[in-house]
Design a protein around this ligand. Structure first.
Ligand SMILES: [Zn+2]
Length: 665
């Protein structure tokens, strides 16, 4: 499964710890904006720490990924490649007026096609409606001597193939979908009967239909398999070429074995080999570099069989890994020194392992629109018997957060000082909170003997309470000198203060921007944040630990006593663990319902009003950093990371360098 995210608002739902981020001073994350799209850039932290061989490994894997780029266009719609190439030809050769609205609309249309890998919206699935006229388009075609005719031309303007993936059964799942996974004469009944007849192993079922198009020829239904010598063979041969090179510089034997199997799978199209590959891949956890490459997610098939081509190449997040390892090494110290009742502390606590990686290159279904996490393989029996890998894409999440700018922070922070602390320590506090939350928080505490699992005893409140226990663990320790002592925090006070300000500001104010007026809070992480913040506010009310202040008609929450607030977080942690350890459903329910669900309507209205001026495009995607070979003679001596000039430049470069398929496949 890919963990998907479609907007800034949603990314906050996905990451456990939500903070309004500081704007990075030295990197320009936002490349451009058009239609409903924001194009962002990302950096590859840690790339320079890799050895030359590792850099080559990354390079070859990203080339393999890009070699399949055309496949995604053709999978999305049978005329996409033809249309894209015609548009690109116009874009590069038109000599007429480029300041007219018509031209700008044409440019936007092309950019939308690039972003979606085709003429249908990447998320909504609807075909784009061009804002230029047919006449204007004809002029462009004529003046640039571009050939585009027949169905591929008509479809830009007419009402055919309006949905890429149609999930409304009334219109027919197969018939109503423009996706190029089934020939137009295939019916849904054909699909059902074909796969119900196909034999499969009950214990170890393959992912039927994953790597083929289903077509009807002379009344007979057959699969056109995507493999070397088969459909998309030209692309796949290029992918194999680069995977062979990668295999030669793999970091270890398991990686090389995996790549060998992936190559064999691309050569044969045999889905049993795909399973063999995934078993090795799932166990391949040594090394600093990892990747996915293949026909993987089936969201684009209304029948859920066929995988879209994608590739993501990742390197280990060295900085985060170091922090997590330091915490895991000291997990028992954190357990022993926490505020839990003695009988609720684990005697032998083991830190939860949690993986963050940094993306080095994406292609196909993962680009420009990207997941923020990856959890694979998809085949269930392999997950159960051989395990799976789950990672979050750290630099992608970071780019999302940074691209939003500091405007919102300045709007909702009470003082200049608060903004300054956030700008100085916000980023590191956020990282440390995530690490503490995941590695220590979710590992901490034990249940009393005979008490059922929280899922049984806390029922629908279980996940909120689990988060509301992990967060205070993080908050309690963020201002602790121990973090400085083990070398992962620069300044206990600074980090603690920035973390507390940000947590309260978010839990009581800014997270409300993600909610429609009148709605209750439903999502577990959001409930947890309001619960923790509102509970601390109420318990410290007498001593004004947190104070609600109104200035110029705007509401702020100001922390007056950070020490006392820390003690309150400790107290809440102890209570929530008690609730879970004893299975005290009524107390758990009361906590969540009292503090985590209801929203102050006047305040909510105010927050939405104040947030209005920060509206930005709802969808974001990324251009890839370019890996540039440095060589002496024909020997590669180094590989450098260079940022692309613009979205258009990268898309045209890709079209030039990775044209691997004919117009029609
Ligand atoms: Zn969590």
């Amino acid at each position: 499964m890919a963990v998907l995210v479609f907007s800034y608002q949603e990314i906050q739902k996905e990451s456990d710890v939500l903070l309004v981020k500081k704007e990075s001073q030295d990197f320009n994350y936002l490349a451009e904006q058009f239609a409903d799209i924001k194009i962002l850039r990302y950096q590859i932290p840690g790339f320079d720490q890799l050895s030359l061989q590792q850099k080559k490994y990354v390079y070859f894997l990203t080339q393999a990924g890009l070699a399949g780029r055309d496949i995604m266009y053709d999978q999305n719609y049978r005329h996409n490649l033809k249309i894209r190439r015609a548009l690109e030809n116009i874009y590069q050769n038109y000599k007429g007026d480029k300041n007219s609205d018509n031209w700008k609309n044409f440019e936007t249309y092309l950019k939308r096609v690039w972003f979606a890998n085709g003429i249908h919206h990447h998320y909504a699935n609807d075909k784009f409606k061009p804002s230029f006229s047919k006449n204007y388009f004809d002029t462009l075609l004529k003046e640039t001597k571009t050939k585009l005719a027949g169905e591929a031309y008509d479809v830009i303007f007419n009402d055919a193939d309006t949905k890429k993936v149609n999930l409304n059964p009334d219109k027919g799942l197969v018939k109503g979908s423009a996706i190029n996974f089934y020939s137009p004469n295939i019916t849904e009944e054909d699909v059902d009967s074909f796969y119900s007849k196909m034999k499969s192993d009950k214990e170890k079922p393959i992912e039927k239909g994953l790597n083929s198009k289903l077509v009807k020829k002379d009344g007979k239904v057959v699969e056109q398999v995507w493999k070397s010598g088969g459909m998309y063979g030209a692309s796949i041969d290029k992918i194999i070429f680069w995977l062979e090179k990668a295999k030669n510089v793999a970091e270890n034997k398991t990686q090389a074995k995996g790549l060998g199997l992936l190559i064999k799978y691309y050569q044969t199209g045999d889905l049993k080999v795909w399973d063999d590959y995934n078993i090795v891949w799932a166990k391949s956890t040594d090394g600093d570099i990892d990747y996915i490459n293949g026909f993987i997610e089936v969201y684009n098939d209304p029948k859920g069989y066929r995988g879209s081509y994608e590739s993501v190449v990742q390197i280990k997040d060295f900085d985060m890994s170091k922090k997590m390892a330091a915490l895991a090494d000291n997990a028992q110290w954190f357990e022993d020194n926490s505020t839990l009742q003695k009988e609720h502390k684990k005697k032998n606590v083991v830190g939860v392992s949690y993986k963050t990686v940094n993306v080095a290159g994406e292609a196909g279904d993962s680009s420009p629109s990207t997941p923020i996490g990856i959890n694979l393989p998809n085949n269930n029996w392999i997950r159960e018997q051989h395990g799976s890998k789950s990672v979050s894409l750290g630099n992608i999440i970071n780019a999302y957060n940074n691209a939003s700018g500091s405007g919102r922070l300045k709007e909702f922070a009470y003082s200049k000082e608060e903004v300054e602390f956030e700008e100085e320590y916000g980023q590191i506090a956020d990282k440390l909170h995530t690490a503490l939350h995941e590695v220590i928080g979710h590992a901490s505490g034990k249940l009393n003997e005979g008490v059922g699992t929280p899922k049984e005893t806390m029922k629908n409140y279980a996940s909120t309470l689990e988060e509301a226990r992990a967060d205070p663990v993080g908050l309690y320790y963020l201002p602790d000198e121990k973090l400085v002592e083990i070398g992962i925090s620069p300044d206990a006070n600074g980090v603690g203060r920035a973390a507390f300000d940000s947590y309260i500001r978010n839990g009581l104010l800014t997270q409300l921007i993600r909610l429609n007026l009148g709605d209750d809070i439903e999502e577990a992480h959001m409930r947890n944040r309001q619960l923790v913040a509102a509970w601390a506010m109420e318990k410290g009310a007498k001593e004004k630990v947190i104070e609600k202040v109104t200035k110029d008609g705007k509401t702020y929450f100001v922390i007056n006593d950070y020490k006392k607030l820390r003690a309150l977080f400790g107290e809440l942690l102890r209570e929530i663990q008690r609730i879970k350890s004893e299975g005290d459903f009524e107390a758990g329910k009361a906590l969540v319902e009292t503090y985590g669900v209801k929203v102050d309507q006047d305040l909510h209205k105010e927050v939405l009003e104040r947030n209005k001026r920060f509206k930005s495009a709802p969808y974001s995607g990324f251009i890839n950093p370019v890996l540039v070979l440095v060589s002496e003679g024909d020997k590669i001596t180094n590989i450098k990371v260079v940022q692309p000039v613009s979205f258009a430049e990268q898309m045209l470069q890709y079209a030039k360098d990775y044209t691997t398929l004919p117009d029609e496949n």
